[in-house]
Design a binder for this molecule. Structure first.
Ligand code: ATR
Length: 283
């Protein structure tokens, strides 16, 4: 690590923050590119979030990532937010610039970039996308797929009203008319004709029940993605791979969502490659 009096500083605000892989990821890039800088974990209680952000800006930090439970509060401390952050309703990346706080949400970018890099032959515009889930992650996926030109975006959630709220809140945005709610468990209706299936629920994560979905109606040409990355190959991805579908795991979303922040703070576009994947997984 290189640290001088001119080091560039960034970090991640969360409560707790010990589980975050971001310090490992960003410091690996700093090391790789020989940058004079550091990226530090910043455990901050919810009631101290706004003052902590002001303090970081006063300490000449260049910015920070924001994780649970601060992502919605982060939207409120910004002087300006990107269209992604506004539509997702949460900020995960802060930039301190000229006494102003700029907020972005890079989850939609990370998600779509992971699909493009993980499966270059796949095209978002080729057919309907099916999203399972209606939490914060599903919301970022909807925005990404609206922007990428998916002709139809089907949302299925155990609690249907939550899916309806999600679609309603995005309905006025460009592409919002392409969102449609489908009934959770009606697998063959939602999967026949799908070009993409993404699990944005917590099902399949280590310690959680598996996602019990019947894939028989899913076209062989569809791409299957899971935003869960522990385990790396979920039961969903394993079954999709075994029946011949393209599959992309969830780790790449975590890695790609970090790229815009690092680029803005440290003025170098970092690479997402196999070596980085292994390094982050080992941590
Ligand atoms: P995040 O913000 O990370 O997306 P979240 O808001 O807690 O997390 O959302 C978790 C998602 O997993 C929700 O879509 C949730 O469905 P509900 O809205 O019905 O709660 C889904 N989920 C969690 N456990 C589930 C289960 N046992 N069966 C089906 N869906 C489940």
């Amino acid at each position: 690590m290189i640290l001088t009096g001119r080091s560039r500083l960034a970090g991640v605000l969360g409560w707790p923050v010990g589980h975050s892989r971001s310090p490992r990821l960003h410091n690996h890039w700093l090391e790789r590119y020989g940058i004079d800088g550091a990226y530090v974990p910043l455990p901050v209680r919810p009631e101290s979030f706004a003052s902590a952000v002001t303090a970081l800006a006063n300490l000449s930090f260049l910015g920070a990532n924001v994780t649970v439970p601060h992502k919605e509060a982060a939207l409120r401390v910004c002087d300006e937010v990107t269209s992604s952050a506004r539509r997702i309703g949460a900020v995960n990346t802060l930039f301190f610039h000229d006494e102003r706080i700029l907020g972005d949400n890079t989850d939609a970018y990370g998600f779509i970039q992971n699909l493009f890099e993980g499966c270059p032959k796949w095209k978002a515009t080729s057919g309907p996308a099916v999203i399972l889930g209606a939490g914060g992650a599903a919301r970022a996926l909807c925005v990404a797929l609206m922007d990428a030109g998916a002709p139809e975006i089907l949302i299925a959630n155990r609690t249907r009203t939550r899916a309806e709220k999600l679609a309603d809140s995005l309905s006025q945005d460009s592409g919002g008319e392409r969102l449609r709610i489908v009934e959770w468990g009606h697998w063959s209706d939602m999967l026949s004709g799908a070009n993409l299936l993404v699990n944005a629920t917590s099902l399949g994560m280590s310690g959680q029940p598996p996602l019990d979905i019947d894939l028989s109606a899913l076209p062989g040409t569809a791409l299957v993605n899971d935003i869960v990355y522990a385990p790396l190959e979920t039961d969903l991805l394993l079954r999709a791979r075994e029946r011949g579908n393209w599959v992309v795991d969830g780790l790449g979303m975590l890695l790609h969502q970090a790229v815009p922040g690092f680029t803005g703070w440290f003025e170098r576009t970092p690479e997402v490659d196999e070596e980085l994947r292994h390094f982050v997984l080992e941590g």
